[in-house]
Design a protein around this ligand. Structure first.
Ligand code: ATP
Ligand code: MG
Ligand code: MG
Length: 306
């Protein structure tokens, strides 16, 4: 089984503007739509769409739980979130300027979780997760969930014999790297935070690969480096008209884990992930991609051994 863990999810409220957004002017919203926010939920959506069974876990606020679950259900995402009583799941506002093909995101901090909430989450996790499961921990940590809680979560999963994948940033990513998880996918900014001595990128990734079996550094439209068993692969996406690159990494991670769970070769896995993410950036929300488009894009993806 595959589980994704989104500790601080969000509801994305997309506000569409037909005219260019300008300050000091009344900008009229021409359409509104909702999408699920938070990183693990996006990866869950990608896997679900690729036909790979998975369940999304994490925390959700009780006050808008109905709305949150409705969006998950509408996207076909199987979920079992731990409730935070008396609080709401945060909302993020995404202003989509259709003319400029650009988006601006504004996010809230989100709820605070208590020790009781964390214990409840861990209890639920321990009744579901089994040896050999793939677990993705993705996104920011909510207030109240500290690095020691993250350590306890990762160590428990590792001791259980799970494949632990992390799409984290800052100190949370450093913690995951220190423990030695199975997969990380820092983007170009996150990898710089990890690479404190500013080593050349490829030797740095190869050194990290001694303790982390799968490493992908994603570089936006410039593709990615993937390191496994001391071999380095370069993934180059086709040129596409990008509307919104938010969520490209989440889509990439979901597709990459789908490939691994289907036991595709690494080249096939990287190619699938690169094609899915390229399709995602053509869409204005944070998760949509098109399976037909993926088949076409896959033919144009270039994977080379570096
Ligand atoms: P997220 O918003 O999900 O956190 P990220 O910053 O972690 O994204 P990126 O490095 O931006 O991740 O993108 C992940 C992958 O998506 C890239 O490695 C690339 O394959 C693909 N991608 C991103 N932007 C583009 C683009 N403009 N054109 C084609 N592919 C893209
Ligand atoms: Mg990016
Ligand atoms: Mg990312």
């Amino acid at each position: 089984m595959i589980y994704t863990i989104t500790l601080n999810p969000a509801i994305d409220r997309l506000l569409y503007f037909d005219e260019k957004i300008e300050p000091k002017k009344t900008n009229r919203i021409t359409n509104v739509s909702y999408d699920i926010g938070g990183k693990g939920t996006h990866a869950s959506y990608t896997m679900t769409k690729l036909g790979v069974e998975n369940t999304a876990l994490g925390f959700m606020g009780s006050l808008n739980a109905e709305k949150f679950i409705r969006i998950l259900d509408s996207k076909g995402i199987c979920s079992s979130f731990t409730l935070i009583d008396g609080h709401s799941t945060r909302e993020s506002y995404v202003a989509v300027d259709i003319k400029q093909s650009s988006t601006t995101m504004m996010t809230e901090q989100g709820f605070t979780v208590s020790k009781k909430n964390i214990n409840q989450f861990m209890k639920q996790l321990k009744t579901s997760v089994e040896h050999g499961d793939i677990i993705l921990i993705a996104g920011s940590l909510p207030v109240g969930f500290c690095l020691d809680d993250l350590k306890e979560l990762i160590n428990w999963l590792k001791n259980k014999g799970c494949f632990v994948a992390c799409d984290l940033s800052g100190n949370a990513l450093k913690t995951a790297v220190q423990i030695g998880v199975d997969f990380i996918k820092p983007n170009e900014f996150e990898v710089k935070e990890l690479n404190e001595d500013n080593e050349d990128l490829v030797p740095f990734l190869k050194r990290l690969n001694h303790s982390i079996p799968y490493i992908v550094t994603s570089l936006g439209k410039n593709g990615s480096y993937c390191v496994h068993e001391n071999k380095v692969y370069r993934g180059l996406p086709p040129r596409v008209e990008a509307v919104n690159d938010t969520g490209a990494g989440d889509c990439f991670t979901g597709a990459f884990l789908s490939g691994l769970s289907n036991q595709y070769s690494l080249v096939e896995t990287l190619s699938l992930a690169t094609a899915c993410a390229a399709s995602k950036v053509k869409h204005s929300d944070s998760s949509t991609f098109d399976l037909k488009d993926v088949q076409n894009l896959k033919k144009q993806v270039q994977i080379t051994e570096y």
